[in-house]
Write a protein that binds this ligand. Structure first.
Ligand code: PEP
Ligand code: MN
Length: 274
């Protein structure tokens, strides 16, 4: 026994894989779950077009943010509650599970009213009050690692959610900052099996915010599935050059369709399916 500091998240203490069920989607089972959609909710038209495109390609969850944590206060900050309304509407219209970021303790119940899965972004991984509030929300949650967090810190952040009674925690590895500026937040492939070894929680990977570069999204996605990730969260936009944020990394629907086709082969090679 290594006596890990994270008791509820530890695989040593809870050997069986956790499978998070959201409507008809199971995250952490044998099937790989791909979540996809635009970085931000920009308008009903763009969101609906993106939702239809990702669903037909095989994505099971629509990602889109109404609250955007931007490095600059002058950048687009998201549509807020108006955006949440659009996400709910588009989710219902297309019959897809929805997820979105919650950044503030004051917004947890509001966001929880509109979407199926809450997301805690990298910048808030150690916002302990937010973790506690989301832990109490009763909603499944995706927790992204902080850009300079260690593995223990990441799993202790998950422990905050679990210790408030939320069992539906999905981890998202989105890389960390390194001394190499060519890639924003490199994904270390070895971290994927290591995280799976340390915890029973499902693990997805974000190739979009990790690389920040469109041509790297597909190869990193394939590597993540080959290394044992349970799913991915990928940015897809009908017209990336017009996107209000992250235009350089969002995939075109055609590129996403091709990626899903390639991923089905990778999944099969590692004994899983899409
Ligand atoms: C996002 O997924 O929309 C996002 C902002 O990612 P991260 O929190 O990992 O930077
Ligand atoms: Mn983004």
């Amino acid at each position: 026994m290594t006596n890990p500091p994270y008791k509820l998240a530890s695989r040593e203490l809870h050997p069986a894989d956790t499978v998070v069920k959201v409507k008809d989607v199971e995250i952490g089972g044998n099937k790989i779950v791909v979540m996809a959609g635009p970085c931000a909710i920009e308008s009903e038209e763009v969101l609906l077009e993106a939702a239809k495109a990702v669903k037909v390609a095989g994505a099971k969850v629509l990602r889109a943010s109404a609250f955007k944590p931007r490095s600059s206060p002058y950048s687009f900050q998201g549509m807020g509650e108006e955006g949440l309304k659009l996400l709910k509407k588009v989710g219902e219209k297309t019959g897809i599970v929805t997820e979105t970021e919650v950044m503030d303790t004051r917004d947890v119940s509001l966001v929880a009213d509109y979407v199926d899965i809450l997301r805690i972004g990298a910048r808030n991984m150690q916002n302990f009050n937010l973790l506690k509030e989301v832990g109490k929300s009763g909603k499944p949650v995706i927790l992204k690692n902080g850009v300079s967090a260690t593995l223990d810190e990441f799993l202790l952040a998950a422990e905050y959610l679990l210790s408030e009674g939320n069992k539906d925690v999905i981890l998202c590895y989105r890389g960390i900052r390194t001394f190499e500026p060519a890639i924003r937040f490199p994904i270390d492939a070895a971290m994927i099996p290591l995280i799976k070894e340390k915890t029973h929680l499902p693990l997805i990977v974000d190739p979009s915010h990790s690389t920040g570069i469109r041509i790297l999204v597909a190869p990193v996605s394939k590597a993540a599935i080959a290394a044992g990730a349970d799913g991915l969260i990928v940015e897809v936009h009908p017209c990336p050059e017009k996107a209000l944020c992250d235009p350089k990394q969002q995939l075109l629907p055609e590129q996403f369709k091709k990626l899903m086709f390639d991923l089905s082969k990778v999944a099969k090679a590692v004994g899983r399916s899409l």
